[in-house]
Design a binder for this molecule. Structure first.
Ligand code: HEM
Length: 469
């Protein structure tokens, strides 16, 4: 008694139907036909796709205890030091302890606040770099590649938070490793879907590629840990590695924190924090440039609030209601994790009259839910106004808007993520006038996406910046 779904082929099931660049959109189209609970079979893996706010509430709230595990896959197992992190670890006693430790020591609002100077300094440095680009161009304007600019910024911010370091030569090496890491994480491993064909992963080189990436990343992280252990290291503000080393020395965790745990957590923070923030800022700028009235309104709001101060700081953010609405609307239309992070059931259960087996892989389609006409008027239109005077928020209680997920596996970095997005976007809008390059029209700005966990804009957003202050 499984939920309905498209007919699958023998052995491979529906795998062949999922070879698409925009999986969440494709699943959303299929769900229009099969309904908000849809079954798929990926090789031997039974899969459930959830595509309405009501069903998301059933899964993430009512039955959270059953839907809160994560699937075990080959690439993820190796990259996460055999599931010693948080993000991809299946639900078990270890995850609960680790989550408690991270919630108490890494994700408190006091800790997020303590990194405020790092965030502000890096954002202002980025604004100054764009200003220098304009000066160097010899005119009043310069073309800025926002994908590159914002990605460099967010990875520098996360580096400072996690390792207390800015971008240097070794950081660009790390960037390369991270890109390779994302590639090996989304690689198709035969053993995950057809256990008897695991030998093919060795034959086609994917296991060797995975092992190489893991060893390179491990070497990099170990070097960072060693630097932190060096007694001659200058005393600066505590970063995440410092905090975890302190907990290790004090024996603060019941499971005995090791260097592998520390490296796995730092890896999590990098993977979960960098691209999500960067892609969301790029989507916000894409939507604003395509909607000049909204861009004008947010610009007026930021300038009225900030005046001639020269930059937006975090104290100003509370007063920027329309900017916050722009961010909510962006996350509704382009959630950074359009299928959240895949879940797995840890028991059998009944949902809307259907039987969902234990160990079902679950995709909650935040992309489809954010565009569901049953929840939203003009669902495909960019209308930040819809959030003005509305209590709907992305904090995990309103299931029509769940870019950060919900329940016990919901995003613990939400506050850091949202504040950083607001700070970057408001400063970009405050410091510059943004226009399309000569000869380009609003309609020419595409919204194509890249495949993968994070929904990136495929073609770089290049806009003309002119100084406004
Ligand atoms: C725009 C920014 C961000 C977005 C949209 C986002 C989104 C998400 C989503 C959708 C999930 C899965 C939730 C679920 O399964 O219900 C998640 C989990 C997670 N996020 Fe974020 N995130 C963002 C920023 C961050 C940042 C800055 C950090 C850390 C510094 C972070 C750390 C994590 C962690 C550790 C998890 C795993 C939680 C678990 O499985 O227990 N995220 N995030």
């Amino acid at each position: 008694n499984l939920p309905p779904g498209p007919f699958g082929l023998p052995i491979i099931g529906n795998l062949h139907q999922l070879r698409t660049n925009h999986l969440s959109n494709h699943l959303s189209q299929l769900s229009k036909h099969y309904g908000p609970l849809m079954s798929l079979r990926l090789g031997r893996v039974q899969t459930l796709v959830v595509s309405s706010a009501q069903m998301a509430k059933e899964v993430l709230k009512t039955n959270d205890a059953i839907f809160c595990s994560r699937p075990v896959f080959t690439g993820q197992r190796m990259i996460t030091y055999d599931y010693k992190g948080l993000v991809l670890t299946p639900y078990n006693e270890y995850w609960r302890e680790m989550k408690k430790t991270c919630t108490l020591h890494l994700f408190t609002s006091k800790r997020v606040q303590s990194f405020r100077p790092d965030r502000e300094e890096e954002v202002f440095l980025m604004i100054n770099r764009i200003r220098s680009q304009i000066t160097a161009s010899g005119s009043y304007e310069a073309v800025v590649n926002l994908n590159e600019t914002v990605m460099t910024l967010t990875s520098t911010i996360i580096c400072r938070v996690a390792y207390g370091k800015r971008h240097g030569q070794e950081m660009s090496r790390f960037h390369e490793l991270l890109l390779e890491c994302q590639a090996v994480l989304v690689t198709f491993y035969f053993r995950d879907h057809f256990p008897f064909m695991g030998w093919l992963d060795h034959l086609n080189g994917s296991m060797a590629r995975l092992a190489k990436n893991f060893n390179d990343m491990d070497e990099f992280y170990q070097q960072l840990v060693d630097e932190h252990l060096n007694p001659k290291r200058p005393k600066v503000q505590e970063d995440i590695i410092d905090i975890l080393l302190r907990l290790k020395n004090n024996d603060s965790c019941s499971f005995g924190l090791t260097f592998d745990h520390i490296k796995a957590i730092v890896m999590d923070i990098f993977l979960a924090g960098t691209e999500t923030i960067a892609s969301s800022v790029v989507w916000a700028m894409t939507l604003l440039i395509k909607n000049p009235k909204a861009l004008e309104r947010v610009k007026q709001e930021v300038r009225n609030v900030v005046g001639n101060k020269g930059k937006v700081d975090e104290d100003d953010l509370q007063m920027l209601d329309y900017l916050k609405a722009v961010i909510k609307e962006t996350l509704r239309l382009y959630p950074a994790g359009p299928l959240l992070i895949p879940r797995e059931t840890n028991d059998k259960c009944v949902l809307a009259g259907y039987t969902i087996p234990k160990k079902t892989l679950v995709f909650v389609n935040a992309w489809a839910i954010g565009r569901d006409p049953k929840s939203w008027d003009d669902p495909n239109e960019f209308k930040p106004e819809r959030f003005i005077g509305s209590s709907i928020d992305y904090k995990g209680l309103d299931f029509e808007l769940i870019p950060f997920g919900s329940g016990r596996r919901g995003c613990p970095g939400m506050s850091l993520g949202a504040t950083t997005m607001e700070l970057i976007l408001s400063n970009l809008i405050y410091a510059f006038e943004w226009n399309l390059p000569a000869g380009m029209h609003r309609e020419d700005i595409d919204t194509l996406t890249t495949p993968g966990f994070v929904l990136h804009k495929k073609n770089a957003l290049c806009l003309v910046a002119t100084r406004s202050c």
